[in-house]
Design a protein around this ligand. Structure first.
Ligand SMILES: [Zn+2]
Length: 125
């Protein structure tokens, strides 16, 4: 499943960001998904929840922000957004000369982390 490999990649990235910064627990992973990316948010959430078990992200939540598909019409020079997952033509003048400006995003916006206990390196020896 497509979403499973994406969820796996998101988890790996979030875990390495967390560890690189010296934290031991992931609380929230916020991502941005464009409607034209072909990723189904429900499937991604399901895959994330299945994969996070046994990792430092086991108690975390995946928060998804959906980005609408937006374009710029080269004929009437207007910006527009569409409700679906792709652009057929400009909604104002029906021109099919347009530039897709957003909707293909698949980005991690933020990883919120925390610490469970005092880190080993801070303990007295
Ligand atoms: Zn137009």
């Amino acid at each position: 499943m497509h979403e499973a490999s994406i969820a796996d990649g998101l988890l790996r990235t979030a875990i390495s960001v967390c560890r690189d910064n010296g934290f031991s627990r992931i609380e929230i992973v916020r991502i941005r998904i464009g409607r034209a990316s072909g990723v189904m948010p429900e499937s991604l959430l399901f895959a994330f929840d299945a994969l996070k078990a046994e990792t430092i992200a086991s108690e975390s939540s995946l928060v998804i922000e959906e980005v609408p598909v937006a374009g710029y019409c080269n004929t009437c020079k207007r910006d527009f957004t569409v409700s679906g997952s792709f652009i057929l033509c400009c909604p104002y003048c029906s021109s099919n000369s347009f530039t897709v400006k957003s909707g293909r995003e698949l980005d991690i916006i933020e990883v919120e982390v925390g610490e469970d206990e005092v880190k080993d390196c801070l303990k007295d020896t």
